[in-house]
Design a binder for this molecule. Structure first.
Ligand SMILES: Cc1cc2nc3c(=O)[nH]c(=O)nc-3n(C[C@H](O)[C@H](O)[C@H](O)COP(=O)(O)O)c2cc1C
Length: 251
């Protein structure tokens, strides 16, 4: 089984590691010219941003060709998934394939403008992350077929989020990031960026192909990278994932 993943703060990689397949980073594989993959089972794991997969994941799904008997997608998210899976199934239909299994997994919400990380960690038992992860892993092991249904409200939410997603897709979100005097120019922000959007000259410079994953903000060892409207300065990296693994995934 081959599992393609995208991660900013480790949640999606932590989940991917539990499915016991060959892990392939989407930011890495996107550098290759030929995106044709063959395996008995193939999965894609990614976070939701504004109720959608990251732009790079959508581009990967558009360009890739999968030769497999079982294709699955798992989205990690923090609070609301809307009709994300149904929307994704519809869009890959345009590329002439479909997912056999799709599911969503509630984890810590790393969206700093709305959520405080300590409060999010306290909510984990309520989110039943571990229980759901075990169920999804068992479903995939047994090659179950399932696509969740969307309620009217889910669909409305997804429609409401479309302008936000379009804004995000411009890649300009890092214009809202700032670097304070704690910065020691270690370059970790650039190394964990899946989009190669950060360069280190005299100052840290953010360009305009930001994927909005917040990896640079959460991974900074000096807590020097900030959002104007963050709820607190507490940061998150999934405890099942090391900084080295994030760098290897995204550099
Ligand atoms: C820019 C941004 C937008 C997000 N949008 C959503 C969202 O629409 N719904 C949601 O439930 N979580 C949202 N989240 C939270 C992430 O989907 C969630 O924390 C995810 O598990 C992070 O995965 P990662 O650690 O693999 O990057 C958002 C996070 C970011 C940074």
């Amino acid at each position: 089984m081959t599992i393609f993943y995208f991660t900013g703060t480790g949640n999606s990689l932590a989940a991917a590691k539990r499915f016991k397949g060959k892990l392939v980073s989407i930011p890495q594989v996107m550098k290759e010219s030929k995106l044709v993959f063959k395996d008995e089972a193939i999965g894609i794991i990614f976070p939701l941003y504004c109720l959608n997969p990251p732009k790079m994941v959508r581009e990967f799904l558009c360009k890739a060709k999968f030769h497999t008997k079982y294709l699955f997608a798992v989205a990690t998210y923090g609070n609301l998934a809307g009709a994300s899976m149904q929307k994704l199934q519809k869009s890959v239909g345009e590329y002439r394939y479909r997912f056999d299994y799709m599911n969503t997994l509630l984890m810590v919400d790393n969206f700093l403008p709305n959520f405080e990380i300590n409060e999010e960690i306290a909510l984990l038992p309520e989110k039943k992350t571990e229980e759901c992860l075990k169920q999804i892993a068992a479903d995939i092991y047994e090659r179950r077929h399932y696509v969740p249904k969307a309620t009217k409200r889910d669909t409305e939410l997804s429609v409401m989020c479309e302008p936000l997603m379009a804004q995000q897709d411009k890649g300009e979100n890092a214009r809202e990031f700032s670097v304070n005097g704690n910065c020691i120019r270690c370059g970790i922000c650039a190394k964990v960026c899946p989009a190669d959007n950060i360069t280190l000259a005299e100052q840290i410079k953010f360009h305009d192909k930001c994927e909005s994953c917040f990896a640079c903000i959460h991974a900074c060892p000096e807590n020097a990278v900030h959002l104007k409207n963050e709820k607190s300065n507490v940061r998150w990296r999934n405890p099942e994932v090391t900084l080295e693994e994030l760098i290897q995934s995204n550099q």
